[in-house]
Design a binder for this molecule. Structure first.
Ligand SMILES: Cc1cc2nc3c(=O)[nH]c(=O)nc-3n(C[C@H](O)[C@H](O)[C@H](O)COP(=O)(O)OP(=O)(O)OC[C@H]3O[C@@H](n4cnc5c(N)ncnc54)[C@H](O)[C@@H]3O)c2cc1C
Length: 400
């Protein structure tokens, strides 16, 4: 005999736990299945261990999807302010780090504890280390087969996440379930991920490993971000690069403005007036890390001249180079270090109000498994909360 429940949720991550808590507290019998040892593993690792749990400026424009309008309804129905209110209710101290990004003051563990307490209040049963052998649709809903057990559920919620960080338990399970039930899955790729560089450039820039600079960085398509760029021993990282990586297509160059705030022409003219014999290198080092200027010289981007030797044409060329430094990444570091997965279950096959499949009643997809991906800065967790909440309302309605 199989155990009978209202809802089975696959995945004890951000979206799965939040959905389980809402449905459980409304009286549904809920079982959460996860193949890992611990719930919320990505939450624990997130935000450098402090979990950037939402963003005060969360809005649909900060999400990538083949179907850009899809996320609007869920984000409007369960907003960042709703989650902030929940965090306040649990007495978790937090702060805004930058650009509306809210982080725990202490530890990401507090967000996992919040979710587990909420699940407890809803009598949710968590079954960790569960290997799901098969899922079958039937007249009563779905039969989930585990080693030595079967669970019959009226609704099945797939919250198994994307492919990023296989070391933290990521699997393609959700995509396989979607395909099994005939839902389209859009091609996936790593997002919010560092760029790797081709060898000759890497060898020069590697010497800058650990150095950061504020920049504006843009794709060929014109998407740009003004944040910090970090040189690493493998290539380029930092918030500016992670953000842009979600919009970058293989083979494209990126354009870097090393002086996003300063009028370089005015600056060079003023410096020439007061220090005509000053080297260009020392002049630029007043605004850029000195080693970066040295690398730019090695790459032939900054001439070895004094300010008075620099002709008007050379000055204009230099300005163009420093404001539009073209770099062609070799690729990205891939899923191993990516924070998110772009693509996934095609939202065209889902209801934006409930996250339910339009073809398979009772089958829901929430969180990162679907083709909705946020910017860096708490947007991805907000999508997990908002999509989970929308789904929970529908599941609750069905169980009554
Ligand atoms: C290092 C890192 C830091 C991040 N920091 C932030 C941040 O600060 N702010 C932010 O907004 N976003 C951040 N993100 C992104 C964020 O973690 C994800 O977008 C979010 O966790 C997605 O939630 P989810 O519930 O959809 O998936 P997940 O949280 O990934 O949960 C999926 C769950 O499904 C389980 N699972 C997978 N396959 C199976 C299977 N076959 N059977 C059973 N269970 C399965 C997994 O074990 C996991 O518990 C970060 C990501 C990473 C990798």
């Amino acid at each position: 005999m199989s155990e009978q429940v209202d809802v089975v949720i696959i995945g004890a991550g951000a979206a799965g736990l939040f959905c389980a808590a809402q449905a459980g507290q409304a009286g549904c019998s809920v079982v959460v299945l996860d193949n890992g040892k611990k719930p919320g593993r990505k939450i624990l690792m997130s935000g450098g261990g402090r979990c950037n749990f939402t963003n005060m400026y969360a809005e649909p424009a900060a999400y990538l999807s083949n179907n850009p309008h899809f996320c609007k309804s869920a984000l409007a129905r369960y907003t960042q302010w709703d989650f902030i209110e929940l965090v306040n209710r649990h007495g978790i101290p937090y702060h805004e780090k930058a650009l509306g990004q809210l982080f725990c003051d202490n530890s990401a563990e507090e967000i996992v504890d919040l979710l587990l307490k909420e699940c407890d209040d809803g009598n949710v049963r968590l079954r960790m280390r569960s290997e799901i052998l098969a899922v079958e649709g039937n007249d009563e809903g779905f039969l989930i087969k585990l080693a030595g057990a079967e669970i019959q559920a009226k609704s099945l919620v797939v919250a198994s996440g994307g492919l990023s960080m296989p070391g933290l338990g990521a699997t393609p399970f959700g995509y396989k379930i979607a395909e099994q039930f005939g839902l389209p899955v859009l091609p996936t790729r790593a997002g919010l991920v560092p760029f790797t560089l081709h060898k000759p450039l890497l060898e020069v820039l590697q010497t800058l490993s650990g150095i950061a600079a504020p920049v504006t960085i843009a794709t060929e398509g014109g998407m740009s971000f003004k944040e910090s760029l970090l040189f690493t021993h493998r290539g380029l990282s930092g918030p500016a690069v992670l953000q842009l990586s979600s919009y970058w297509q293989p083979g494209e160059s990126v354009s870097i403005n090393l002086f996003p705030e300063l009028n370089i022409d005015d600056f060079l003219n003023a410096e020439r007036e007061s220090h005509p014999n000053q080297s260009l290198k020392n002049t630029l080092a007043k605004h850029l890390p000195k080693r970066l200027v040295e690398c730019l010289q090695t790459l032939g981007k900054v001439p070895e001249l004094t300010l008075k030797q620099l002709s008007a044409t050379q000055q204009q060329q230099l300005i163009d180079t420093l404001q539009q430094w073209q770099i062609q990444p070799n690729g990205t570091e891939g899923y191993r270090t990516a924070e998110v997965t772009l693509g996934g279950v095609d939202t065209k096959a889902l209801s934006s109000k409930t996250m339910e499949s339009s073809q398979v009643p009772g089958l829901y997809f929430i969180g990162e498994v679907m083709d909705v991906t946020g910017w860096l800065g708490g947007y991805n967790f907000q999508w997990a909360w908002s999509s989970a909440w929308a789904c929970a309302q529908a599941v609750i309605g069905k169980s009554k």
